[in-house]
Design a protein around this ligand. Structure first.
Ligand code: NAP
Length: 277
């Protein structure tokens, strides 16, 4: 990545993206960050050597890509400030804001090419996945610029804007859901007498190794299950218990709840004071 990138909002997801970019070889002096209080930007400056700007204007000056990474309820404010400094076009605007359509961002920033991106936090380890959707009147070059930004951090896919709330629930939240399962698995191991360290390491390696198997060309979850579970064996006993307790239905309900919340925020609009990521 040789282009200059400015991050407006320097919280958890920006830290993950910047961490992945810098560990992948991006020059820290091509990255600037700005945040509301300055605390987030200064923390990233100290951790990764990026430039902590003291104003949005300073951060975006000369940037090729501006990444907006604030919460939905903080977005109207941030967009008003950006509208003042990006008047008439300039850099590509990549919005990571949940529950915020590209149409809304593009309407606030006339003449600016807008791409929406949903990275997951695994971009920090450069094993992430980022899903992109294109805003109205967004030229293909803008999508290419967004793709090039996230490509060093893992897979980059595209989706229709209408599906981005579902993408956020499955993919953005995905690492938390998988970590939640890993925690439950480790606690179950502790319940059977393993030390917390050993059980935690075994669960973590199960997740890591399964990820490698599942992302191999042609792999499917069914095939991975088949490689482990022999008829009448202990894995089958464990899987049957999960299915008897309706794990697939519970996972469906969990995803439905996340999507419903995100769609509800869309309908409420970003000005709603109750909107939170
Ligand atoms: N976390 C994830 O895995 C993930 C994944 C995909 C998308 N997202 C989305 O990314 C967005 C940010 O999430 P997060 O988890 O990174 O939030 P976070 O950790 O709470 O960080 C929010 C950041 O926004 C800054 N900020 C607030 N208002 C601002 C303004 N007007 N101008 C400039 N900076 C402002 C804050 O500044 P201070 O540091 O000064 O307080 C803080 O640095 C959300 O919309 C979220 O849904 C998150």
């Amino acid at each position: 990545m040789s282009e200059a990138v400015a991050f407006v909002g320097c919280g958890r997801i920006t830290r993950a993206v910047v961490g992945g970019l810098v560990s992948g070889g991006a020059a820290p002096d091509t990255i600037r960050g700005v945040s509301r209080t300055g605390a987030g930007a200064r923390a990233l400056g100290a951790e990764f050597g990026i430039r902590a700007a003291t104003s949005v204007r300073e951060a975006v000056d000369g940037a090729d890509v501006v990444v907006l990474a604030v919460h939905p309820h903080e977005t109207p404010d941030a967009l008003r400030t950006l509208a003042g400094v990006l008047a008439g076009g300039g850099p590509v605007l990549v919005s990571l804001v949940a529950s915020c359509r590209t149409e809304a961002v593009a309407a606030a920033l006339p003449g600016v090419a807008v791409v929406r991106a949903v990275p997951n936090v695994a971009v920090a380890a450069r094993h992430g996945v980022t899903v992109l959707s294109r805003g109205p009147h967004c030229p293909p070059e803008a999508l290419t610029a967004a793709r090039e930004l996230f490509a060093p951090l893992g897979e980059v896919l595209t989706a229709e804007e209408d599906l981005m709330e579902t993408v956020s629930a499955l993919s953005g939240a995905g690492p938390a859901l998988i970590a939640h399962f890993a925690r439950a698995l480790a606690r179950a191991g502790v319940g059977q007498g393993l030390s917390a360290d050993t059980a935690g390491a075994l669960a973590a390696h199960a997740v890591r190794g399964t990820g490698a198997l599942l992302t191999a060309p042609g792999a499917t979850p069914d095939a991975v299950v088949d490689r482990v579970a022999s008829p009448g064996g202990m894995t089958e006993a464990a899987l049957r218990t999960l299915d008897d307790r309706a794990l697939p239905r519970t996972v469906q309900q969990a995803l439905d709840a996340a999507v419903r919340l995100s769609l509800g925020r869309l309908l409420a609009g970003p000005e709603s004071p109750s909107v939170r990521s």
